[in-house]
Design a protein around this ligand. Structure first.
Ligand code: FES
Length: 498
């Protein structure tokens, strides 16, 4: 066995590792969380740790051959969107029979996202939200996006139960916190409602997600799942109801279903588009008679995974940029550029003629010189970064076009464009229109809604009537598979231009 000294924010540990083991795996086995968005394939370069005497190394491909000293990167605080939106459907408050399990019943609504988990603790007598908490999804150490995590479950023996275990542990940690915070017992948590994308829900329930990643992309389940607390060993009432909300397809999950269902009908928006942009872009066009939805593989550009200086929406990320300068999340020197900052930078480059309509960038653009960054290295945008942005934005724009064609509508017949999720909440819509991520024809109609998935999970927690709303929505919904759609390739190519 080889000895390693590990320096981290809270001190120094000495650990032992097998000779030739990969450093990432060793650190992970000892409980350190290392961000590894490409799932340890050596592609993304985001799993770097500092090896004394050698400099920074990609831990996923670095083997332990001799005793070494490792410095872990500081854990950064994430900017996680928890706000519910204020266009929420109003339905009668009726949490259902689980209420009878305790004299002081509480419930938890959970938005189980790929990047973050958002929990809402609700007093089920009054219906009020007692506490909201958000944590990063600990599965990120196994891959930043759903495909990396699915690969992990299929390539690593025991990988599926490992991923299920870390997510259940994280949920239980939060349930324990709630119990302590409010001074209740675990048995007083009698109902938990969960929304999330289809892969996250498979991983939560320990169901093999591999078919989600392979054509024809058929998940093992999409319907609502009802379990008890004891089925998942959750730290709540053993007979408490665990309700996993229904999905539509492999890439249009319960987070989208819950989000659309949470929006109140209005005279103001007869026809509207619902967009949730992340690694995938989930899109729905809602009209009075039908809902047409699709998902596009937008690529990880807006999550920072394949951008040279990219990072998630964490402390140290440049989140906004214009000719007057940049904004950094947290009060520290910049470390990288997150999705909203990236959109601003590309919009600036287009506006100033530094990027051509076909995406050509003459030379790397320095966003922040090295003397202003935390690492001393400049933050810049390369030609390859621009190409990644083109791929992502054209996939979304082409998806919207296909929905409009299927509904026989023109852009000017769309009353509103609702943006769901953290990314949609933070990016500058003007910049998004400049780069062609969102059509400029939607100018003045865009409304960021915040955490729609969490809002939907809360509605499901508070009222059994929300089930009817969801069932009605599912009956009216048609899913379009874009990967074999005849118009998609052409639309995608057309939208690559700036
Ligand atoms: S390069 Fe190591 S996780 Fe991506």
């Amino acid at each position: 066995m080889i000895e390693l000294k590990v320096h981290h924010r809270d001190g120094t540990d000495t650990i032992k590792a097998e000779e030739n083991a990969f450093l990432l795996q060793v650190l992970r086995d000892h409980g350190y969380e290392i961000f590894a968005p490409c799932g340890g394939k050596g592609i993304c370069g985001k799993c770097k740790v500092w090896r004394k005497g050698e400099g920074s190394v990609n831990s996923c491909v670095h083997r332990v051959t001799e005793s070494m000293e490792i410095v872990l990167p500081d854990k950064r605080e994430a900017r996680i969107l928890v706000e519910q939106h204020n266009h929420t459907l109003s339905i009668p408050y009726l949490p259902g029979p689980a209420l009878n399990l305790s004299g002081y019943p509480h419930g938890v609504a959970l938005d189980l996202g790929t990047t973050s988990l958002v929990f809402y603790l609700v007093n089920l007598i009054s219906g009020s939200v007692v506490e909201t908490r958000a944590v990063l999804n600990p599965q990120a150490q196994f891959g930043g996006d759903v495909i990396s995590r699915i690969s992990y479950t299929s390539e690593k023996e025991g990988g599926l139960s490992e991923l299920q275990k870390v997510i259940l542990n994280s949920i239980n940690e939060q349930l324990d916190h709630f119990v302590e915070f409010v001074g209740i017992s675990g048995d007083d948590i009698v109902k938990v409602t969960i929304s999330g994308n289809t892969t996250m829900l498979h991983l939560l329930l320990g169901v093999d997600p591999l078919s989600i990643a392979l054509a024809p992309f058929i998940p093992n389940f999409t319907g609502e799942q009802i379990l008890n607390g004891k089925d998942l060993n959750l730290h709540c009432h053993p007979d408490g109801e665990i309700k996993v909300l229904p999905s539509i397809s492999a890439y249009v999950g319960a987070d989208i279903v819950a989000g659309i269902a949470s929006i109140k009908p209005s005279e103001e928006w007869k026809n509207y588009i619902f967009m949730d942009i992340g690694t995938n872009g989930e899109l729905a066009l809602v009209t009075p008679g039908s809902i047409i939805c699709c998902a596009t593989a937008a690529g990880p550009a807006f999550e920072g995974a394949r951008i040279s200086c990219g990072m998630g929406g964490l402390e140290g990320a440049i989140s906004a940029f214009d000719e007057d300068g940049y904004t950094v999340i947290g009060d520290i020197s910049p470390v990288g550029i997150c999705g909203s900052g990236l959109i601003d930078v590309v919009a600036y480059l287009i506006e100033n003629g530094l990027v051509q309509a076909d995406g050509l960038l003459e030379e790397d653009f320095i966003v922040v010189p090295g003397d202003q960054t935390e690492t001393g290295n400049p933050l810049s945008i390369s030609q390859q970064d621009i190409r990644e942005v083109q791929l992502a934005k054209s996939a979304i724009a082409a998806g919207v076009n296909i929905l409009l064609k299927h509904a026989n509508l023109n852009s000017d017949e769309i009353d509103k464009v609702f943006l769901a999720g953290g990314f949609g909440n933070y990016f500058n819509t003007e910049s998004a229109m400049k780069i062609g991520l969102i059509s400029s024809e939607f100018s003045g109609k865009i409304i960021p809604l915040g955490n729609t998935s969490g809002t939907g999970a809360l509605s499901a927690l508070k009222s059994i009537h929300f089930d009817d709303v969801i069932q009605d929505l599912l009956k009216r919904t048609k899913y379009i598979e874009l990967s074999d759609h005849e118009d998609f390739t052409m639309d995608f190519a057309m939208n690559m231009m700036f």
